[in-house]
Write a protein that binds this ligand. Structure first.
Ligand SMILES: Nc1ncnc2c1ncn2[C@@H]1O[C@H](COP(=O)(O)OS(=O)(=O)O)[C@@H](OP(=O)(O)O)[C@H]1O
Length: 851
């Protein structure tokens, strides 16, 4: 009996082992496809509750401040170059795309006027104490400017932490302030300054810091914009106050707190709008687009289930109904290769998405989520066609010519072949990226158009593929809440007319973090702002964007090898380990001897110049011109020869403000050479140039003598005169360069010395460029027949510049010189002052003129 049992038992164990091993092998070969993990219900998290249902204000009767006609620019006087608050203010101005000049407070205040009008429409002073304690003369100058041009001042007063004095009268004003105060609530008052901010609201969660500054005001000279209830005595005191200028004619908005508090920041933004918004196309509309980039891409166990899809649809409807975002659509990006790549339940989720496809807007990603820069046109086209076939087979409505590249790869830095393939297969006209011009700071993101494809800025909302549950959110759940409740996400919407957010399918599964995020964001915006959240197609958004920010159309090329994020997605056609860009630019101006300088400088063994550009008189003329549109690869192709100094000379750069901006984006550390010639001689030389080119107007005039008289009634003559003169207004053009480059990067050369003693100039230039000494006297000599210095070639022959450089023409007559000197008088004197102030050598001709 025992033996029988043992025998049968052993046989049973044997079979069991066989079955188990078959099962084990089977499950190894066929991974967990059918092993369904139980997925818990999404965690319930309470939504944001607005304390009250405050009524929004409509934008119809907004009042804006009207100044006396100034440029649309803000002057920011910051506490120091490194001030943190100054940086926050700068970020707001950058995000609002308002031109500004930032200066650290110093003995000198920047020049406030041009010869015609005021330069600034708003002055922001970071530290009000510094303003109050400015040297009297500066303060008077600033106040007078504000009065004359009706320009308001915005400033901030901070508590001095150890100051015993609590109640202080503000110098020169009847206003009193209390420092180091704690407040328990913050209320918005009715005021023409509030635009985005809802009026008559009260916020209780203001923290417990006791460094607020509050103002005591009880006259009609001041208007409260925000007030705080002081904890100690329950009194309601102004935290942001508007001095309407009754006392001294200057409009001031004073903040008793810095903009790290969100209500203060919002009020600050409103104050800027109020000060300059009239001409800034102010609008309360905010367009929000939520993209789900990889609707089918995701590891098993992280993907959406049927329930998640149903929920996604329900929320789409909820956003339309509850937040009035009529027509709101989630935008689904697809990589067809990953369809049904999950477990059984997840595959059902995918299938339901397809079944409900017509409810969403679909856009192509890439067939296998491929990184564009790793592929050439043929492959990219093949991937796209495959994805397109998937869309056709699944009847996905791809209604807009919009596409997103996986990880934005190939969009910026530009991989031209991606653009070409997109256009060919999908007729793409709009895309978006977070990488232009750089990922950080996000407030500086911009748009551009390349190959007729509009590239809009894209925003992150703190949701990534790994952010799936509230409990595992990096930085904790509080972090998500802070983003929404007055944090970065809230301000992204506030500051951008169009926000295109990137999310992933995982953010709609599990705890559905994306739905929580957007619902709460909409609720918070509805609660505290007058903004109108809307949806429109990306095509309409692109149109709207570029109507508003036209200046962004042309991309601002940057060096892709410097930004580590860009470096890894740079197309192979740009070789970062052997990239040559110029480190010296000779800017001109035209007709000052720039060709001679370039021609001589190039002889130095450690110097190389760009290779010849067909049909362009040797000049690359990249910055500020049409060649710029050809892209950075085109520019790079002219700098194959490495050297210690690689330079290019384009005399068209100097008087082109765009050139300054574009050069500083691509070669910010480059040195610059500017040649200063008496502008009267320069104008005359230009006229001779026009004569030599048989310009009809110049030919009719014959010489310059009568151009001044004739140009009064003749537009063609006026145009010609202007062309002769404009490049010679040196200080005006120089200012544009100094907005982007520091003075220490620039060398000025006296054109007369260059002409008569080129070797002397070249030695100076060599030294300035830190190049080894080179004896130029062996390679340059004066040619009596040419009347100029020329190169000596290897056969000891004289090689002069062509006949268009150093032309033979009549000397300028005295009358013409007088007229021209008169035209340039103001500019010359400004140049003289500038050079003297900067302790730079003054050209002989200028010294003679300003005697
Ligand atoms: N070594 C030498 N050889 C020839 N020409 C010389 C030289 N040094 C200075 N110059 C002066 O350069 C003037 C032309 O200036 P640019 O080269 O800057 O002109 S351009 O704008 O690039 O066309 C040119 O102007 P014009 O005399 O009116 O022709 C010259 O006066």
């Amino acid at each position: 009996m025992n033996g029988f049992i043992n025998h049968r038992f052993l046989r049973f164990i044997k079979y069991l082992l066989i079955v188990l091993s078959i099962f084990a092998v089977y499950s190894l070969i066929i991974p967990s496809k059918n092993v369904l993990k139980e997925r818990g219900k999404p965690k319930y998290v309470e939504n944001y509750k607005c304390p009250a249902d405050w009524t929004p204000k409509d934008e119809e009767n907004w009042e804006f401040h009207q100044n006396n006609g100034t440029d649309q620019k803000v002057l920011l006087i910051s506490d120091s170059l490194f001030s943190r608050h100054g940086k926050l203010i700068t970020q707001v101005l950058t995000a609002l795309k308002i031109p500004f000049k930032s200066e650290a407070v110093s003995k000198n205040i920047p020049v406030l006027t041009t010869s015609r009008k005021g330069r600034y429409s708003l002055i922001i002073i970071e530290n009000y104490y510094k303003y109050l304690n400015m040297p009297r003369w500066n303060r008077q100058l600033l106040d007078k400017y504000c009065m004359d041009y009706k320009v308001p001042v915005i400033s901030f007063i901070a508590s001095k932490p150890n100051d015993q004095l609590k109640r202080i009268r503000i110098k020169g004003s009847s206003l009193w302030m209390w420092q180091n105060q704690q407040i328990q609530s913050l209320s918005t008052h009715p005021s023409k300054i509030h635009k985005i901010t809802k009026e008559n609201t009260t916020r209780l969660d203001v923290g417990n810091s006791s460094d607020w500054v509050v103002f005591e005001e009880n006259t009609k000279k001041f208007e409260t914009i925000l007030s705080g209830k002081v904890t100690k005595n329950g009194k309601d005191r102004a935290v942001v106050i508007h001095d309407i200028g009754i006392e001294d004619g200057v409009n001031r908005i004073l903040f008793g707190r810095n903009i790290s508090d969100w209500t203060i920041k919002m009020t600050f933004i409103d104050s800027i709008w109020w000060a300059i918004g009239k001409n800034m196309q102010f609008s309360l509309d905010r367009f929000i687009q939520v993209d789900i980039d990889d609707i089918f891409v995701g590891a098993q166990g992280t993907r959406m289930l049927e329930d998640d899809v149903i929920n996604l649809l329900a929320y789409q409807q909820k956003f339309r109904n509850k937040y009035n975002i009529s027509n709101f659509h989630f935008m689904l990006g697809f990589s067809g290769s990953y369809f049904r790549n999950g477990d059984e339940n997840e595959d059902k989720g995918d299938e339901l998405l397809i079944e409900k496809a017509s409810n969403f807007v679909w856009f192509p990603h890439m067939w296998r989520h491929n990184h564009a820069h790793e592929h050439n046109y043929t492959y990219l086209e093949a991937f796209m066609v495959q994805n397109k076939m998937f869309a056709e087979n699944m009847r996905l409505p791809v209604n807009y010519t919009y596409a997103i590249a996986p990880q934005h790869d190939g969009v910026y830095p530009v991989h031209e072949q991606l653009y070409d393939a997109w256009k060919k297969v999908w007729k793409v006209s709009v895309t978006a990226t977070e990488e232009y011009p750089h990922f950080k700071p996000s407030t500086s993101r911009k748009a551009f158009i390349y190959k007729n494809i509009s590239v809009l800025p894209r925003q992150t909302c703190g949701l990534y593929t790994h952010t799936q549950t509230f409990d595992t959110y990096p930085g904790g759940f509080d972090y998500v809440q802070n983003l929404i409740r007055g944090g970065d996400l809230f301000f992204t919407v506030l500051l951008n007319p169009v926000s295109i957010f990137m999310t992933h399918q995982q953010n709609y599964a599990h705890d559905r973090l994306a739905l929580y995020t957007f619902e709460n964001l909409f609720e918070f915006l509805r609660c505290w702002t007058n903004l109108k959240i809307k949806w429109q197609s990306p095509i309409e958004s692109a149109k709207m964007y570029f109507e508003r920010f036209e200046e962004e159309k042309v991309p601002l090329w940057t060096n892709p090898c410097i930004d580590p994020r860009h470096r890894i997605i740079t197309p192979p056609s740009i070789n970062c380990s052997n990239l040559t860009l110029p480190n010296l630019l000779i800017l001109g101006p035209q007709k000052t001897g720039s060709t001679a300088l370039a021609n001589f400088l190039e002889i130095h063994p450690n110097v190389s110049q760009n290779s010849n550009v067909p049909g362009s008189f040797e000049e690359v003329q990249f910055f500020g011109g049409n060649n710029y549109k050809k892209g950075i690869e085109w520019y790079l192709s002219y700098f194959q020869q490495k050297a210690e100094i690689v330079f290019e000379k384009s005399a068209t750069y100097f008087d082109n403000p765009l050139a300054a901006k574009q050069a500083s984006a691509l070669v910010p550390n480059s040195k610059l050479i500017i040649i200063l010639q008496n502008p009267a001689d320069r104008a005359y030389s230009w006229f001779q140039h026009m004569l030599a080119h048989k310009d009809e107007t110049a030919m009719n005039l014959g010489n310059m003598t009568h151009i001044f008289e004739v140009s009064k009634n003749n537009t063609l003559a006026k145009k010609l005169l202007n062309r002769c003169v404009s490049g010679g207004k040196y200080i005006h053009h120089l200012e544009k360069w100094l907005e982007h480059f520091s003075l220490s990067q620039i060398m000025f050369i006296d054109s007369d010395v260059l002409r008569n003693q080129p070797i002397k100039i070249l030695s100076k230039v060599t030294e300035w460029l830190d190049l080894p000494y080179f004896d130029y006297s062996k390679v340059i000599r004066f040619s009596p027949s040419k009347g100029f210095h020329c190169k000596i070639d290897e056969n000891s022959k004289t090689r002069c510049l062509g006949e268009s450089k150093g032309r033979k023409y009549e000397k300028m007559d005295e009358a013409t010189r007088l007229e021209l000197d008169e035209i340039f008088a103001i500019d010359n004197s400004a140049l003289f002052k500038f050079l003297r102030k900067s302790r730079l050598e003054i050209p002989g001709w200028l010294r003679k003129l300003i005697k």
